[in-house]
Design a protein around this ligand. Structure first.
Ligand SMILES: [Zn+2]
Ligand SMILES: [Zn+2]
Length: 276
């Protein structure tokens, strides 16, 4: 157990920004449910036979013009929230007509980072800002795409060999929750909001299930958040234990609020395997 390690202070306004962004995205989900209605497929059958996330195989039918409209409004949201980066946002806005949103959507779904690196160079804008804005503008659509699979993911038929990867959209997960009651572990995807069950005494990165190589660490006076550490692959996973406070929490915000746990784990030589 670690003693007297104060949580890291987040920069002022940082958390408020993410909360506002999540609200914006929630509103867009509600609006777009009417206009974006992707077909539902047999998730468990598809991922069991392909061993790949659903999104890469079953195209989400995202219309470029819907994404373009969302993207323009997301840039306006950014301008409102972060006026200090107006110049950078305007530079993107001025080039919107040259951006191909069908291509952007297809590249995002394949997580083809090279495409976005090249696009940033062509547009002469920061890659980080460009990718961040596209990533967050498309999320409401990904969340709608993922909605019909919640049942499949909690069914006995669900089987997935890569618990650190979202079976629906293919993003990496870095936070999970332990259910109230039975303590079942659910991984969480902050891109599409999918949750899927994963074994408890088990490393989601390397599959290690030797109790002697698995540790839990928490900050003093905080039993709700834990770090799950694996000594075999040096992986760490943030965990919210619902049993501690007796209620669920918003894992999207929790993931941001607990940056101090990432710093702590990384200082101790652990990785969330984000760069693998
Ligand atoms: Zn996902
Ligand atoms: Zn491991």
């Amino acid at each position: 157990m670690l003693k007297h390690k104060p949580p890291v202070e987040l920069p002022e306004g940082y958390l408020d920004f993410f909360k506002a962004m999540e609200s914006w995205q929630n509103e867009e989900v509600i609006k777009h449910r009417k206009v974006y209605t992707p077909a539902k497929h047999d998730l468990n059958q598809i991922i069991a036979s392909s061993k790949k996330p659903l999104l890469g195989q079953v195209k989400p039918q995202i219309d470029g013009s819907i994404l373009k409209d969302l993207y323009i409004r997301f840039l306006d949201f950014m301008l409102e929230q972060r006026p200090e980066i107006q110049e950078a946002i305007d530079k993107i806005k001025n080039q919107i007509e040259q951006m191909d949103f069908d291509e952007i959507s297809a590249s995002f779904i394949q997580l083809d980072m090279e495409y976005f690196e090249k696009l940033a160079v062509t547009m002469n804008v920061s890659y980080d800002l460009l990718f961040f804005t596209i990533d967050h503008a498309i999320r409401p659509l990904l969340r709608i795409y993922a909605e019909p699979y919640r049942q499949d993911l909690s069914s006995d038929l669900f089987y997935w060999e890569f618990p650190a990867i979202c079976p629906v959209c293919g993003s990496k997960s870095h936070i999970c929750r332990l259910n109230t009651g039975n303590g079942q572990r659910f991984m969480f995807c902050d891109r599409c909001f999918t949750e899927w069950p994963a074994r408890y005494l088990y490393c989601v990165y390397c599959g290690n299930d030797q109790a002697k190589d698995i540790y839990y660490l928490n900050i003093e006076n905080d039993d709700a958040y834990q770090l799950f550490l694996c000594n075999k692959c040096k992986g760490y996973l943030k965990t919210y234990d619902e049993r501690s406070l007796g209620k669920p929490t918003d894992l999207f915000i929790a993931n941001i609020e607990t940056v101090y746990l990432d710093i702590l784990a990384q200082e101790k030589g652990y990785t969330n395997h984000d760069e693998d």
